[in-house]
Design a protein around this ligand. Structure first.
Ligand code: PAF
Length: 283
């Protein structure tokens, strides 16, 4: 496994691979890797000749300076994990390499980026689109892998690739959970033991709502989730929305869509967590 710091070296290495007829799979990350990332990388390794993983904490997608400052970083531990699962290249640039000058591009993926995270974290998806488009141009991969935990991000990346006509296949991969149900997230390592225990209420409530939904309306199910979270000490709900999985717009009835997903964001103490659950998916 080789660690690369500059776009020019990355391009040089990968063009040699491409010329040799090798396929390239890409997993963009912000580091602090966990088994959720590992599942994406394993898939990239299994489905491609070359697996590239970027590790870059992208400043332009943080709307909260403290969040950026406190975001966990451990490149050495990340590299150990990545090497153990067969990664070919780790791309770990400095901020100046990705942003030699301010990126003034403004993206709009309305209405996908105006709801949920888009409403709560102004500018977040613009920053994601800035960095992911730069990375896609640098790596020129055949396939890129994203986790479904960031459900809205995945929909926006698909839309970005479609509108910018970037020739890459986007693969969404299922959420990986701890054995007790907590969705894996780099932010989990910032939770105290007590907060982590409280955070379990999120997945437990979402799973309980699957059963509840069988005999209740969509509005009742939404209230069920909101009520449990709102009455759990230490949790502060930002939103729970039950949406069409393609348009990300809220729906009113279960029959309004064949693809129905519940998306939640909340604070557990000072740590912001997201999760989601599929009520219906007709493939
Ligand atoms: O999902 C993430 O970790 C980030 O948003 C991404 C896609 C690596 C862009 O910085």
């Amino acid at each position: 496994m080789k660690v690369i710091r500059t776009i020019s070296e990355l391009k040089q290495e990968l063009s040699a691979c491409r010329n040799a007829g090798q396929s390239i799979g890409f997993v963009p990350t912000m580091g602090a890797l966990h088994q959720g990332h590992a599942s994406l990388v394993r898939r990239a390794v299994a489905e491609n000749d070359i697996a590239v993983v970027s590790v870059f904490v992208n400043p332009t997608q943080f709307n909260d300076k403290n969040d950026l400052k406190n975001y966990p970083r451990d490149l050495q531990a990340d590299c150990e994990l990545l090497e153990s699962i067969g990664t070919t290249y780790v791309f770990a640039p400095e901020v100046e390499e990705m942003y030699p000058e301010p990126d003034t591009r403004v993206f709009s993926f309305a209405p996908l980026d105006t709801v949920m995270e888009g409403g709560c974290r102004p500018g977040h998806f613009n920053g994601v689109a800035q960095i992911v488009s730069k990375l896609f141009y640098a790596v020129e991969a055949d396939k890129a892998y994203f986790g479904e935990k960031d459900f809205q991000q995945l929909a926006i990346i698909r839309e970005m690739v479609r509108t910018l006509q970037i020739p890459i296949e986007i693969i969404g991969c299922p959420i990986v959970r701890e054995s007790d149900g907590l969705a894996l997230s780099s932010r989990n390592m910032l939770l105290t033991a007590e907060e982590r225990n409280r955070a379990l209420t999120i997945s437990r409530t979402l799973f309980a709502s699957l059963e509840y939904a069988m005999s209740h309306t969509l509005a009742e199910t939404k209230s069920f989730v909101e009520d449990v979270i709102n009455t759990t000490e230490g949790l502060k709900l930002e939103y729970y929305q039950i949406v069409d999985g393609n348009t990300l717009q809220e729906i009113a009835n279960w029959d309004d869509s064949d693809y129905v997903v519940g998306c939640i964001a909340l604070f557990c103490g000072k740590i912001r967590l997201i999760d989601n659950i599929k009520y219906k998916e007709v493939k």
